[in-house]
Design a protein around this ligand. Structure first.
Ligand SMILES: [Zn+2]
Length: 511
């Protein structure tokens, strides 16, 4: 007898994206969606179509270009929202509409200001509307873990009767604990008479650090869809981290006795891509995908691993696609060497793209003796930032003078999309500030810098510096990233990246 399959539902582009200030372009969301398809997730929640014109556009693009997984859009229980969700996913090979409404007394009374009967009617009407468009309909009672059980059973029964094919028990505020959650799932199974007509799903938040544990506990209790985000992104403390759930099921097959359709060797690559595009770093000690996840520091552990890896190593790093670091490229490496290394890292380039990256590679090799996998990833990120974000202004040149006696002064030369050059100079409290002031004199975009972070891509004095910034403009937050061996240049690139996003978002949705 085959094992039961657990449906993996990724909401990185919806719950993850809505967490403070990611503001991705459609091209970037599409790139993440394509990687999620390679990873083998079953459902991609591509966005919340009614929330903004940008979200609708992204959902539509992903629906028409990513064909293998189910593509879902979230919708509140308003008929307009459901219509918008359908507009977003209607071109998908496998469309899904996902409607949700608060079901706990605390949210029904204080947020919706309705009574439970009204909520039930609205939920049923919305599911019926969704069903009139689309066979595949998911319903989520929000804050389900703080909902009166009897009411939850009634609500679930009614929406399944109305046509919901998946019902998703959301631990929206991260309230429950594993044993209690498993019991709640068991109770739903025995108290909702038509529950077998729908797939039972869970959506757990990490406010108490229990989202993965709760999800796994629910799977053991019979749930067959789990929702989560890559790297555990999501509102507040985040959602359940999908890679942790996947590897727990994989590693403890003996216990779970279920399977997923995931290609685990794509996990590392997916994690890096999501971190790079969203600008949210992965903590070094994070399970499965943190930089130290497979690094043994203790002498006893090292000794054991050298004698036999399985002594202290639970998961073979290659199983999650961790790149082996045997081959290091340098100044003398050729095009073929670069291509084969990039392919091993999962980047498949055409001739033109390879030529462009090869030029950057040569420039880097002049400044840095050994080029590691991380360096190559930084190079690829830089070229993606240029192609995914509309290049309304390009940084041509930056020059800074600084020191303990002088006033930091920067000169920048920018080119706009018509090829017009602008040169300007400014002083600042430090070299980065001077560069930003000089850029501001050319691109007059009112904004506040809310985050500035420099990370070193590798160790050593010649390491590439990777700068992540966030700027706020009219209440919207835009991320910007740039890397270079010179951190002032990297800072300038990051600022240009964020400004280009802000300006293009403005142009696109002004009307
Ligand atoms: Zn959520």
């Amino acid at each position: 007898m085959g094992k039961d399959k657990v449906i993996i539902f990724d909401t990185t582009l919806r719950d993850g994206e809505q967490s403070a200030g990611i503001g991705l372009t459609t091209a970037e969301k599409l790139e993440i969606a394509k990687q999620l398809e390679k990873l083998g997730v079953d459902v991609i929640e591509a966005g919340f179509a009614a929330s903004s014109p940008g979200d609708l556009e992204a959902v539509k693009t992903i629906a028409s270009e990513v064909r293998k997984p189910v593509i879902a859009s979230l919708a509140r229980c308003y008929l307009d929202d459901v219509d918008k969700a359908w507009e977003g996913v209607k071109d998908a090979q496998h469309p899904r509409i996902h409607v949700f409404i608060s079901s706990s007394d605390i949210q029904i009374m204080n947020q919706l200001r309705k009574n439970p009967e009204e909520v039930l009617d609205i939920a049923v009407a919305s599911v019926e509307r969704a069903k009139s468009y689309c066979e595949d309909v998911e319903f989520s009672p929000m804050d389900a873990t703080r909902t009166d059980p009897q009411y939850l059973y009634q609500l679930l029964e009614a929406v399944i009767d109305a046509g919901a094919t998946t019902v998703n028990i959301a631990d929206t505020v991260g309230y429950t604990i594993p044993s209690e959650f498993a019991q709640r799932i068991e109770d739903i199974k025995s108290n909702v008479p038509n529950i077998s007509k729908a797939v039972l799903s869970v959506h757990c938040h990490n406010d108490l650090g229990l989202s993965v544990a709760n999800s796994l506990s629910a799977i053991r209790a019979g749930v067959r869809q789990v929702e989560g985000c890559i790297n555990g992104l999501g509102e507040r403390a985040g959602n359940a981290s999908l890679e942790e759930i996947i590897m727990a099921i994989d590693t403890r097959e003996d216990l779970f006795n279920v399977s997923t359709g995931i290609d685990t060797t794509q996990i590392y690559r997916t994690s890096r891509l999501v971190s790079d595009i969203t600008g949210f770093p992965v903590q070094p000690n994070k399970a499965i995908v943190g930089a130290n996840a497979f690094r043994h520091a203790s002498g006893i552990h090292q000794d054991g691993v050298i004698k036999d890896r399985s002594t202290f190593e639970l998961i073979d790093p290659q199983r999650v696609g961790w790149p082996s670091n045997s081959l290091v490229l340098g100044k003398l490496s050729g095009r073929a060497g670069l291509r084969s290394r990039l392919e091993e890292l999962g980047f498949h380039l055409d001739q033109q793209e390879l030529s462009e990256v090869f030029e950057d590679f040569k420039l880097l090799a002049d400044r840095k003796r050994e080029i590691t996998d991380q360096d190559l990833e930084a190079l690829m990120s830089n070229s993606r930032r240029i192609s995914d974000v509309p290049n309304l202004y390009q940084l041509q040149h930056v020059q800074v003078s600084t020191g303990d006696q002088g006033i930091p002064t920067a000169t920048v030369k920018l080119i706009d999309r018509d090829g017009t050059e602008f040169t300007d100079a400014a002083t600042g409290t430090g070299p980065v500030d001077a560069v930003y002031q000089a850029i501001n004199r050319v691109i007059a975009v009112d904004n506040v810098l809310t985050e500035f972070r420099v990370d070193s891509v590798t160790e050593g004095i010649d390491a590439i510096g990777d700068v992540t910034i966030r700027i706020e403009k009219d209440g919207n937050i835009f991320v910007g990233r740039g890397s270079d061996t010179d951190i002032i240049v990297a800072s300038a690139k990051a600022y240009m990246n964020a400004l280009n996003r802000a300006v293009s978002a403005d142009e696109k949705f002004q009307s």
